[in-house]
Design a protein around this ligand. Sequence first.
Ligand SMILES: N[C@@H](CCC(=O)N[C@@H](CS)C(=O)NCC(=O)O)C(=O)O
Length: 245
Amino acid sequence: MTTLFGWGAMFGCQSPSPFVIKADVQLQMLGVPFDREIADLDAVPKHKAPYVEDEGRIIEDSTFIRWHFEAKLGADLDHGLTAEQRAIAWATERMFEDRLASIMGHERWLESDNFERGPALFFAAIPEPMRAGVIADTLDRIRTGYEISGIGRHSRAERMQLAQRDIEMAAALLGDKPYFLADRATALDGIAYGVLTACASPVFDSPLRDMVATFPNLTDYFERMEKRFFNPNRWPSMTAAAEAA
Ligand SMILES: N[C@@H](CCC(=O)N[C@@H](CS)C(=O)NCC(=O)O)C(=O)O
């Protein structure tokens, strides 16, 4: 019995978290039968989602989830790729996860209008007298994280310059192929789809959305991935989860 813990469709994306999307896509690619449940970040040591419970064992972090199941099943999500393509896949995954995802997160959490449109919803269940304090503490923690990583020390214009290059290079790598590196989805497609659709979210007012929209090959790719992996979306409804909390 395997359960993926994360969150379902929100903000016009298949999950508010690109990393949950990555794990979901990769588990499907590996043919693992699994259930989806709403994450409880206080229940796991790293306090992050996605995490998986597999036969009673908790595995945290999307990359360790991938490796756990590849090892268990003797599978390789990148089978058929050359050594050079595998290196490109790994480096591109790092670009998406370690840079573009941070710039996207900064837009959502630290641009105050965007915070109100999106992440503020995560705090809706906290009783009114405590809510403002919890939000302020969370935003302080997030701001400090971005300062330490360096992303928060750039101006917004500089962050957008970096993101523009990341998105352009992603569109160039995809080219006119159906998936990023082959005519079938490989490991990289999990995070590529997760982060690029997060940038394209219609909910947030961000230059990232317009950058992605200038590349029709990316928007066609989103449709292809959605049909292949999220039709229908099998996550429990986020509204039902919020009402139950
Ligand atoms: N390296 C992790 C990143 C996961 C991650 O950053 N998850 C975010 C949501 S996108 C999270 O759970 N954040 C909660 C927190 O930091 O408190 C992975 O690949 O799974």
